[in-house]
Design a protein around this ligand. Sequence first.
Ligand SMILES: [Zn+2]
Length: 454
Amino acid sequence: MDKGQILAKFSSDPNRYYKVELFEKEGFKRKSCSKCGRYFWVLNDGQNLCPDHIENSYSFIGDPPTRKRFDYTQAWKEVESFFVDNGHKSVSRYPVVCRWRDDLYFTIASIVDFQRVMGSKVVFEFPANPLVVPQTCLRFKDIENVGVTGRHFSSFCMIGQHSIPNSQGYWKDKCVELDFRLLTDKFGINKEEIVFVEDVWAGGGSFGSSLEYFVRGLELGNAVFTEFQGDLENYSVLDQKIIDMGAGLERFAWITMGTPTAYDCCFGPITKHMIEKIGIDSDSDIISKYFRAIAKTLSESSDISIARKSAALAVGIDNVKMDKIISPLEGIYLIADHLRTLIFAISDGALPSNVGGGYNLRMLLRRTLATMDRFGWNFDLDDLIDLHVDYLKSTYRELEETRKDVKTIVRIEKDRYKESRVRMTNISNMLKSQNKKLSVDDLIRLYESDGYNA
Ligand SMILES: [Zn+2]
C-alpha cells in the first residue's frame, strides 16, 4: 500500500474525503500548491503556496500571531478547558512505557493509549467518548535534531482529541470545527492564518484521510479520520470509525510565545537557569534570526549539519558567533530535553540498559553528560531534575512521587558513565602503546558494552 496513491485517490474526491461543514460555512477555498501540487484549504484566495513553501514561514518567531501568551503549562490548561467545556472528558496520560503493546517499547502517539491488539486485529478501548489526553510520547528517530532545530524533542506532549462517532461522539465535521475554534476563540489566532492540508494516515492495518493544520508554516496538529482497514485494492469500512487528532502542545505554546525556539517556552525555568549559570552572551535578535532561518534550510536539506551551516550563512553568523552563542544554546536545549524524557521514562518504570528501549535511555543520559564534558559545564543534575519536576507537576502530579527515584537512577548511571570513560581511555591508551588500531569488531564490542560515543 502506497501512501501517495491513497492520497491521490482521496484528493480526487475532495467532497467525500476532505470537505467539512466548516469549510463551507467559513468560505475556505481549495487550492493546489503552485510549487508542489499539494491540496490545501485556506480563506485567503490569493495564497497559492502550501505551508511548506510559503514565504513567511516561521515568522511567528519574534512576532506571534496570537493575542494571548501561554507557556507550556498554561497552554495545556487552555486546551483542556476548551475540550471539557465542549463535552470531552479529560483523561490522565498513560505511561510512556507501552506495556500493553508487544510491538512498541514506548508510547509514540496518543491513540496508542487506546489500541489493544487482538490477534491480527487492533481494537479500541476508550475510557470515555469523546476525550482529550495530554499524552507524553517518546520518539528517538530524529534525535540528532533535538536541541538544534528549535522544534524537535525526544519526548513531547501530544494533545490527543479522540472520538467514536455515535450518540455521544462525533465525526469529522465537528472535529475540524472544534480544532478551528480552539485556534481562533481560545488562542486568538486570526482565521486567515490557518491552513488545512489534505493528507492521509495509514498504520496498524487501518487508514483514513486527514487534515493537517498549520499556522505560518508550523504544523500544529493533524486530524485523522480513521475509517478503513486493509489496503488500497482491498479494503473495507471499519466497524468503528475513530477520530484521531494529535497536536503538539509544545508548538501551541511556541506559537503564542514567539520565542526563538520551542525549548525556550516549554521547559519552564530550566533553560534560563543554565544560561545564567554559564553566562552565554545571548543576543536575542541574532538567535531569533538564526532559528527562523534553520526552519527554512532544514526544509531544503534534511541533513542537519548542512542546514545548520546554511542558516548561519543566511543570517551572517560567523564561526566565532556560532561557537559562542548558538552551539552552547544547542547544548543547553539538548540537556533540558534529554533530562525531561528521562524523568518521564524512569518515573514510569523504565531503566537505562544495553537493550531495547533501555538503550535509548542510556544514550540520552550519555549524550547529556558528553555535552556537559564538551563544554566544561558542571550542572548539578539533581537541581535540574528538581526544576523540571517543579514545573511539570501542575500538569503531571505523579512525577512528584518518583522525584527521588529519578535522581537515584540518574546518579547511578552517571557513575557508570564515568567508570566507562576511564575504562575506554585505558583501553585506548593500551592499544596505542601496542601500536594497534581498533578493529570494527572491537568498536562494536565497546559500543555495545559501554555506549561508546566519543
Ligand atoms: Zn507546496
